[in-house]
Design a protein around this ligand. Structure first.
Ligand code: AHM
Ligand code: MG
Length: 303
């Protein structure tokens, strides 16, 4: 079943169906074309967090902004690549936040990368929480192009077919409470935190299988598709709140994980309850199998 038809059948509101089933898939297909035709050279500019941008980051960002503006469903948008809000169409129903190309430095070594989107009702984002999202999704540009989305009625996977449409491949993805896989991000933190070192050793001693690619999107996609696992990215002295952003990366992923029966915290507190105080705020993240996420929280408290 085509993505739009699936969303309509599931009772998704008309404008949200159009955004998730047509506008965002269109942007994703264009980003994939750009990834395939461009090299991963530096753009010579920096993003709002002061990180060097690749030409691909800038181009992917522009594709999303242009697509969102063209369809007139978005009042404002915010991107990991831009400082402030971008105006869309006055009176339109949604505010969309996105990371147009997460893990872009992996393109030149031909590993999987992704795009992440969070959808809010139109209006100010400051003071809201991830819980206020109406929907979220990510695309994985890997050996296939897949799209995993939620409109708060479960988490589902779609795949791009040769005819250029996304078709449903897996309905109602489920993350089991116990895990078999681990994806331990920012292991640099283990050099200074005995608790994080112990936690990762514990995963090893329990015989978990390592599945870490260096890209949060494919790593969390693995958890969703295999049905269990934990992805972690804690803070450390150089970056006390870690690297990943609440609005553009962690909250959309947290919503997808929860809708699949998993959970997501910053180590102690539920990520979707964390207040947005600034667009580019960072947060530690522990996401995936609920028992493992809880266990990680206890383990870190013992530091
Ligand atoms: P980016 O938004 O600059 O692409 O960085 C995000 C990526 C994540 O996909 C991944 O989990 C993380 O950076 C890995 O970072 P590092 O290797 O620096 O620990
Ligand atoms: Mg990113």
């Amino acid at each position: 079943m085509k993505i739009k038809e699936f969303l309509e059948k599931s009772g998704c509101e008309k404008n949200l169906c159009e955004l998730m089933g047509r506008v965002i898939p269109q942007a994703i297909k264009k980003i994939r074309e750009t990834i395939q035709s461009q090299s991963g050279e530096l753009a010579g500019s920096k993003n709002a967090s002061g990180e060097k941008q690749l030409a691909l980051d800038v181009q992917s960002n522009q594709i999303v902004v242009d697509e969102l503006k063209a369809f007139g469903l978005v009042e404002s948008m915010a991107s990991e690549e831009l400082e402030g809000l971008v105006e869309g169409k006055k009176g339109a129903p949604f505010t969309v936040v996105f990371d147009p190309l997460d893990g872009s430095s992996l393109v030149d070594v031909n590993l999987a990368v992704g795009s992440i989107f969070g959808i809010y009702p139109a209006g100010n984002l400051i003071g809201k929480t991830g819980e206020d999202q109406l929907a979220s999704c990510f695309a994985v540009y890997g050996s296939r192009l897949t799209l995993v989305l939620t409109v708060k009625k479960g988490t589902h996977e779609f795949r791009l077919n040769a005819n250029g449409d996304f078709y449903l491949t897996k309905e109602n993805l489920q993350i089991a409470p116990q895990s078999k896989y681990f994806a331990p991000g920012n292991l640099r933190a283990a050099a200074e935190s005995d608790a994080y070192l112990k936690l990762t050793n514990d995963w090893i001693k329990r015989g978990f299988t390592l599945r870490y690619s260096g890209g949060m999107v494919p790593d969390i996609n693995h958890i969703l598709l295999k049905g269990s696992g934990i992805f972690s990215y804690p803070g450390y002295s150089k970056a006390p709140r870690g690297k990943l952003r609440l609005l553009f990366e962690c909250a959309p992923m947290a919503l997808l994980a929860e809708q699949a029966g998993g959970s997501a915290t910053d180590g102690q507190n539920r990520l979707l309850s964390q207040k947005i105080t600034e667009l580019h705020q960072r947060t530690p993240i522990f996401v995936g199998s609920s028992e493992e996420v809880k266990h990680a929280g206890f383990a870190l408290l013992k530091s």
